[in-house]
Design a protein around this ligand. Structure first.
Ligand SMILES: Cc1ncc(COP(=O)(O)O)c(C=O)c1O
Length: 417
């Protein structure tokens, strides 16, 4: 407590009391109209085609292709399955290695295991929090087949460096844009740089259908292969899905309801991303004034940022060395929305323990020590994440976030460990 000020987590008056922060996911009248059309129709999933009456799935793929300047687009039920299908389409399998950042969502590594290949984790860069090209090059062996280039939170990975590595070592780049819908590198959209681009449209994402995924590629043959892998080995006929049989696929199809939601969401995305970008710049400028707060630095080439999270780091010396979970809990109490910590480094994540469990002994995985990825650990222990929906609030509400961070910094001595 300083004077009469007390942290909200201990019963003090919150900085932002009963404020209605924007909710996520969001829908609008178009979403409702599109869903209604599906509900009344006879096409609830992929499988029936009519050249005179395109399905929402076909419309979405066309619209996303236009939005992203990606020649071929297909949808799936989950982003994780999109990574799996991308790996399978590239022929990556047992004995092959795929380089994956140590700081990302866990399914980036587990999708590689599901393809029977080996994920090789690499550390991240301090400024952007994205995977490090230096550590990636160190990790390349004769077994390496691909790099899973993940764009994280609000920054794109160093696209130029990864494309050079791919060329030098003859590797595929699978570009994971699950956290970067609409981001740009030198004026070109995320998802156009890799051999294949992958997006999740799970509930929390910038573009969402509750669950879902998208694949993009310039390569027509790869597109055909991914379509078969995604639809039980069936290809698109004039009116129906038709057996092809050249590949054993699985059913990863997205429903028409989800495609309808995506159509409405895509129409709203550019304007929403612009508001987020504007509010994020304002918030970053405000937070510069708080002792011990460090903003994230994207590469200059990342000319348009997509904020899945507004992320910033704190120097714990300025927060009385309190741990990041407690600081985020104190901020949550001040602001009335969930202020989150970063992803755990994957090798320490409870969801990823193949080497601790006997049944995974057959996997040819490196056994990483828990302190192996020093930079990822540093980033985990110092990052504060604010979900993108909050950036859709009015500009003046960014000041509330600044006030809450300042208050927690000033009163950090009183936070229990
Ligand atoms: C970077 C990244 N890759 C992949 C995924 C997996 O997507 P999904 O949850 O749709 O399977 C996510 C989802 O959180 C993600 O953030």
């Amino acid at each position: 407590m300083i004077g009469t000020k007390k942290l909200a987590i201990y019963g003090g008056k919150p900085v932002s009391q009963k404020r209605k922060w924007p909710k996520w996911p969001q829908s609008n009248q178009k979403t409702e109209a599109y869903i209604k059309k599906v509900l009344k129709g006879e096409r609830w999933s992929i499988g029936k085609f009519d050249p005179k009456d395109l399905s929402f799935n076909e419309i979405f793929c066309e619209k996303f292709s236009e939005f992203n300047s990606s020649r071929h687009v297909l949808t799936l039920d989950h982003g994780s399955n999109a990574i799996l299908v991308a790996l399978q389409a590239l022929g990556i399998t047992k004995g092959d290695e795929v380089i994956v950042p140590s700081l990302t969502w866990v399914s980036c590594a587990t999708a590689v295991l599901r393809a029977n290949a080996t994920p090789i984790l690499v550390d991240v860069e301090p400024a952007s929090q994205c995977m490090s090209p230096y550590h990636t090059e160190q990790a390349i062996t004769s077994k390496t087949k691909a790099i899973l280039m993940v764009h994280l939170h609000s920054c794109m990975a160093n696209v130029d460096a990864f494309l050079s590595l791919a060329e030098k070592y003859n590797l595929f780049v699978i570009e994971d844009c699950s956290q970067a819908h609409g981001a740009e590198w030198n004026g070109k959209k995320a998802g156009t740089f890799g051999t294949i681009g992958v997006f999740s449209t799970e509930q929390s994402k910038l573009l969402t259908s509750g669950e879902g995924g998208i694949l993009t590629t310039e390569d027509g043959a790869l597109y055909e292969k991914m379509f078969l892998l995604n639809n039980d080995g069936r290809r698109k006929g004039k009116y129906y899905l038709e057996e092809d049989g050249s590949l054993i696929g699985a059913n990863f199809a997205l429903t028409e309801f989800q495609s309808a939601i995506l159509c409405a969401g895509l129409e709203a995305l550019p304007a929403q991303n612009a508001i987020r970008e504007e509010n994020a710049s304002y918030l970053a400028a405000l937070l510069k004034e708080v002792p011990g707060v460090m903003n994230i630095s994207p590469y200059n080439q990342n000319n348009k940022r997509a904020y899945f999270h507004f992320n910033f780091r704190i120097d714990r010396n300025f927060f009385n060395n309190k741990n990041i979970s407690q600081i985020c809990a104190a901020l949550t109490a001040e602001l009335g929305f969930w202020v989150k910590t970063n992803h755990q480094p994957i090798n320490n994540c409870k969801l990823f323990h193949p080497k601790r469990d006997q049944k995974y002994n057959w996997l040819l995985l490196p056994n990483y020590a828990s302190n192996h990825f020093q930079e990822s650990i540093r980033q985990f222990e110092s990052t504060v994440l604010i979900h993108h929906s909050i950036l859709l609030a009015k500009r003046e509400n960014m000041e509330k976030i600044y006030q809450a961070v300042l208050k927690v910094q000033q009163l950090s001595l009183y936070i229990d460990q």
